[in-house]
Design a binder for this molecule. Structure first.
Ligand code: PLP
Length: 360
């Protein structure tokens, strides 16, 4: 007795994907990224499922880190964007959060903090993405200032982030890698961290002391083409619903708001109980694949808040209650995303609270 729309989260698949990330880089520590509610999968449930194997977790901000601590997660938690205000350094020291340092104010907040425990610090280098991090020529000075601070633990990790790691045709990763090497070459026995999912999967030459995979542990591929390791990933999130109405329409009839799509033949239209209020993209165009009874059918009409319409003319005996998969185990989220001109990352991450999450 409930609306059939739900997301099912397969935590065993998550664990298998994480184990794959670890096995691809046996000499690295693998830190799963659980920011943004674990890419929409439920941050606490995901962290708990990985708590016995993950050496640390990565989040975007201190609010996320506190949520994990409050839920009983004991591992170090890296704040990928560091602090946003100086008082966060005190909380981080007390709670065992690691701080990325990306700019001078963040560095000064750590050095000037009045804290009893030292904090672990990661130093972010801008090797070409031009979003966060210190310019390569600033790094030696920042490293020295941090090393000399009594607030900072000895082992500083120097890190960078790749802008085009999923694009094997791009030479940009090689450029970033070379810039990074040049930057840390004079540092003695420094620890480093580079790889995101795409590089964990496809660039063993980028594996370092710490790897930082996100998307892949949720079972989706960062690549838009088949890739040996990515093809072993198991989708973690399945978004499903059911048929809530079925009707026949004549040639030339329209379906849904705006009436722009028109039937080119006598058609059977199934209405599905899911819409943009449930995280299904409103921009999904006609023809976006939807699985009805396990068979791919085209979306028709425009996506409503609570419903979509699907052309099931080529299916037999579609009835109210029949199962529908929007993405997941049988339909890769990347395919739906490609149809909508976005990334699977976005579709997973913006899953709204309205959709109940089932952890079987
Ligand atoms: C989100 C994030 C990652 C993970 O990226 P994926 O493509 O999801 O693997 C790694 N490093 C940093 C700094 C990030 O912000």
């Amino acid at each position: 007795m409930s609306r059939p729309t739900q997301v099912t989260i397969d935590l065993q698949a998550l664990r298998d994907n994480f184990a794959l990330a670890q096995s691809l880089a046996p000499n690295a520590q693998t830190m799963p990224m659980v920011k943004a509610n674990a890419y929409g999968h439920g941050m606490v449930a995901v962290a708990q499922a990985l708590a016995d194997t993950a050496p640390a977790f990565g989040v975007a901000c201190i609010e996320e880190a506190l949520e994990l601590r409050d839920a009983g997660i004991t591992q170090p938690i890296l704040l990928l964007e560091g602090t946003f205000s100086a008082d966060e350094v005190n909380t981080a020291a007390l709670k065992g959060f690691w701080l990325m340092v990306e700019n001078q104010p963040q560095k000064e907040a750590i050095i000037n903090a009045d804290i009893a425990q030292r904090v672990n610090v990661w130093l972010g280098v801008d090797t070409g993405m031009h979003r966060l991090g210190f310019a390569p020529q600033e790094v030696a000075g920042v490293f020295r200032d941090l090393s000399e601070s009594r607030n900072v633990n000895e082992q500083i990790v120097v890190a960078t982030h790749f802008a085009c790691a999923e694009d094997f045709d791009s030479e940009f990763t090689d450029k970033q890698l070379a810039t990074f090497h040049k930057t840390v070459t004079d540092f003695d026995s420094v620890k480093t961290s580079l790889a995101n999912s795409a590089s964990v999967l496809g660039r063993p030459d980028t594996h370092r002391d710490w790897n930082r995979p996100g998307y892949m542990i949720y079972g989706a591929s960062p690549f838009d083409q088949p890739q040996e390791n990515a093809d072993k990933l198991k989708p973690v999130m399945t978004l499903s619903s059911a048929v809530i109405s079925v009707r026949q329409i004549d040639t030339g009839e329209a379906v849904g708001y705006s009436g722009k799509w028109r039937a080119e033949r006598p058609s059977t239209i199934a209405t599905i109980g899911i819409g943009y209020g449930d995280g299904y993209p409103r921009t999904a165009p006609y023809g976006t694949p939807v699985l009805v009874n396990g068979i791919e059918c085209p979306l028709v009409g425009s996506v409503s808040m609570d419903m979509i319409s699907v052309d099931v003319t080529d299916l037999e005996n579609v009835a109210i209650g029949d199962p529908v998969e929007l993405w997941g185990k049988q339909l890769a989220v990347n395919r739906v995303a490609a149809s909508c001109g976005t990334l699977g990352y976005e579709l997973l991450t913006r899953m709204p609270l309205r959709v109940p999450k089932i952890y079987p």
